[in-house]
Write a protein that binds this ligand. Structure first.
Ligand SMILES: Cc1cc2nc3c(=O)[nH]c(=O)nc-3n(C[C@H](O)[C@H](O)[C@H](O)COP(=O)(O)OP(=O)(O)OC[C@H]3O[C@@H](n4cnc5c(N)ncnc54)[C@H](O)[C@@H]3O)c2cc1C
Length: 485
C-alpha cells in the first residue's frame, strides 16, 4: 500500500489527486493538504472582477467531493518538509497546521510514500510597499475574494463617473519582476468594455503599466505568430488592440511603492516616476512559500529542496542569456535529492526566465518572470501522477511520462468583453512556450503553424466553454477524464 500526499488543491494539485484516485485501487491512499475550503477556477476571476460573474460560479467546496471520491482531505497548510523523517518518525513527512475547526492551530506530521508539492506561488504583495489588495485604491484579481473586492471598487468608481467624475484607471504589473501579464491584459480589456457597457468610457483614461520591454512580451519574450494570412509580432497585435480601444501604455516599469492612488516606479533608464490613478489592478510578484526542509537529524537542508520554488530536474547552472537552452527546462518535475518528491504547476523553480533579463541603470532587474499558465499546470500534474501510478504498479521507479515547457503549447484566450453575442476574445496560441531556437530558428523559436493569434466573438465563446468544461472536469462528473488538461 502506498500513500500519496498532495500539497495544494489548485489546478495542479486537484488534477493530480483526480488522476491518482481514478487509476489507483482503494488500498492506496491519496491525501490532499490545502488551506482553502474551495476549489476555484482562477481564470474566470477576470469576469468576477468586472461584476459579470458571481464568485460562487467559479468555486465549489472540496470536502464533499473528496469524501465522495475517497480522497483524504486535510484543510491545513504545509509548514516544513522532512523528507527523511526525524529522530522519532521513520517515514518522510510534511509538517502541516490545520487552519479551521476544532483542530485549528494544531500541527500534524503527515507521512507519505510520494509527495506532490502543488502549492503554486505565494502572492507576494509584501514585495511592493503599499500594495495590499483592496487598499490604496489598488486591487488584485488573483483570487475570487480579491476579484470580488476589485469589482466593488470598480463599481463604486463607475457610479462616480456616472455623476461626472473623470477617472484614471491603471492596470498591469505591480512589481519589477511580476509575471501573469496575460491575466492583467485580459482584465484591462474587460474593464475597458465594461466602461462602454455603462456608457462612461469617455470619462476614463485607461493605462497599461508593465515591466515588459515591449508590448505582448507576456513573460515569453514575445511571440512571432500567424494572424490570418499575415505573420505578426505579439507586440504589433497588442499595440493594435490598445490603439483600437484608446488604451495608453507605460512599459519597462518596475512598480516599487503604492500610495493612496499613486504608483511609484523605476524604469530601465533608472528614472523614478509615478502615475496617479482612481482604480488600479496590479499583479503582485509571485514567490516560493518560504518552506524550510530538515533531514532525519533535524538539520536544515532547505537548499536540497528549494531555490525559492522547488528544485526539480532542470539545469540550474548559472549561465549567460546567450547560452540558455530549451533543454534547461524540466521534464519530470522530480526533486533530484528525494526521488519521491515532485513539483508540477507553478511550484517548481524555473531554470531561468524566458524573457531577456534587463536591468535599469541603477541595477534593478525589470523584466517578467516566466509565466506558467493553467494548461501546463494541468499537463505537468497529470504526467507526475502517471509516473507515480506506474512506479506503484511496477514496484520500481518509472519516469516514462515526460513533458517540458519547451515541447508544450499554451493557449491563452483573453476574453475581451462578456456577452453571448457582443463578447469578444483575443486568442494567442503559442508552441512551444519556451522558444526552441534550434528547431525553429527562423520564427523566434516557435512553430508558426501552431503559434497564432485571433480576435473575435469566437474567442469569447471558447473562453466560456472552457470555463464550463473545466468546472465540470474539476467536479469529476461522468467521463471528466476525457476533457484534456
Ligand atoms: C487572474 C488570473 C487569470 C488567469 N487566467 C488564465 C487563463 O486564462 N489561462 C491559463 O491557462 N492560465 C491562467 N492563469 C494562470 C493559472 O491560474 C495558473 O497557471 C494556475 O492556477 C496554476 O496552478 P497551480 O496549481 O500550480 O497553482 P495554484 O492554482 O495557485 O494552486 C496552489 C494551491 O496551493 C495551495 N497552497 C498554498 N499554500 C499552501 C501550503 N502552505 N500548503 C498547502 N497548500 C498550499 C493553495 O491554496 C492552492 O490550492 C490565470 C491566473 C490568474 C491569477
Amino acid at each position: 500500500m502506498s500513500k500519496i500526499v498532495i500539497l495544494g488543491a489548485g489546478i495542479s494539485g486537484h488534477v493530480a489527486a483526480a488522476h491518482l484516485r481514478r487509476k489507483l485501487s482503494k488500498e492506496h491512499e491519496v491525501v490532499v493538504v490545502s488551506p482553502n475550503s474551495n476549489y476555484q477556477w482562477v481564470p474566470s476571476n477576470i469576469w468576477v472582477g468586472i461584476g459579470r460573474m458571481k464568485s460562487e460560479k467559479i468555486l465549489f467546496p472540496l470536502a464533499p467531493l473528496y469524501k465522495k471520491k475517497g480522497i483524504g482531505y486535510k484543510q491545513a497548510k504545509a509548514l516544513s518538509f522532512h523528507p527523511e523523517g526525524d529522530k522519532k518518525e521513520e517515514k518522510p513527512y510534511i509538517l502541516a497546521e490545520y487552519v479551521v475547526g476544532e483542530n485549528k492551530g494544531q500541527q500534524e506530521k503527515v507521512t507519505y510514500d510520494y509527495l506532490i508539492n502543488a502549492t503554486g506561488p505565494k502572492l507576494d504583495f509584501e514585495a511592493t510597499e503599499g500594495l495590499i489588495p483592496g487598499q490604496n485604491k489598488a486591487y488584485s484579481v488573483c483570487t475570487y475574494s480579491h476579484a470580488d473586492h476589485a469589482w466593488a471598487g470598480l463599481k463604486a468608481l463607475i457610479q462616480e463617473m456616472k455623476k461626472g467624475k473623470k477617472a484614471k484607471i491603471l492596470i498591469g504589473t505591480g512589481h519589477a519582476k511580476s509575471t501573469c501579464q496575460g491575466a492583467a491584459f485580459e482584465y484591462i480589456l474587460n474593464v475597458e468594455q465594461e466602461l462602454r457597457n455603462h456608457k462612461v468610457r469617455d470619462m476614463a483614461e485607461i493605462t497599461w503599466i508593465s515591466n515588459e520591454y515591449s508590448l505582448g512580451d507576456f513573460g515569453m519574450d514575445g511571440v512571432l505568430m500567424s494572424y490570418g494570412d499575415m505573420i505578426m509580432k505579439s507586440s504589433e497585435m497588442v499595440e493594435m488592440i490598445f490603439d483600437d480601444r484608446g488604451i495608453k501604455w507605460i512599459l519597462e516599469a518596475g512598480v516599487n511603492k503604492i500610495e493612496d492612488g499613486i504608483a511609484h516606479y523605476e524604469n530601465l533608464d533608472g528614472e523614478q516616476k509615478s502615475e496617479t490613478y482612481d482604480f488600479a489592478m496590479l499583479i503582485p510578484a509571485f514567490s516560493g512559500h518560504g518552506f524550510k526542509a530538515f533531514d532525519k537529524n533535524e538539520k536544515e537542508i532547505t537548499e536540497k529542496l528549494f531555490k525559492g520554488f522547488m528544485l526539480v530536474d532542470a539545469d540550474y547552472t548559472q549561465k549567460p542569456y546567450e547560452e540558455w537552452s530549451v533543454q534547461d527546462w524540466p521534464e519530470t518535475y522530480q526533486n533530484p535529492s528525494y526521488k519521491n518528491i515532485f513539483a508540477p504547476g507553478i511550484a517548481f523553480a524555473p531554470p531561468h526566465t524566458i524573457s531577456k533579463p534587463r536591468f535599469s541603470k541603477n541595477g534593478t532587474a525589470i523584466f517578467p518572470a516566466p509565466p506558467r499558465t493553467g494548461m501546463p499546470s494541468g499537463i505537468t500534474a497529470k504526467l507526475v501522477s502517471e509516473n507515480i501510478i506506474d512506479s506503484i504498479k511496477t514496484n520500481k521507479e518509472s519516469l516514462n511520462h515526460r513533458g517540458s515547457m519547451g515541447n508544450m503549447g499554451a493557449a491563452c484566450i483573453a476574453s475581451a468583453g462578456f456577452g453571448f453575442w457582443k463578447g469578444s476574445g483575443v486568442s494567442i496560441t503559442t508552441f512551444p512556450i519556451v522558444p526552441d531556437f534550434e528547431k525553429y530558428p527562423d520564427s523566434h523559436g516557435r512553430h508558426l503553424g501552431k503559434t497564432f493569434g485571433a480576435i473575435g466573438l469566437a474567442g469569447h465563446w471558447l473562453k466560456l466553454m472552457l470555463h464550463h468544461a473545466f468546472i465540470y472536469k474539476a467536479k469529476m462528473k461522468p467521463f471528466w477524464w476525457l476533457i484534456p488538461e
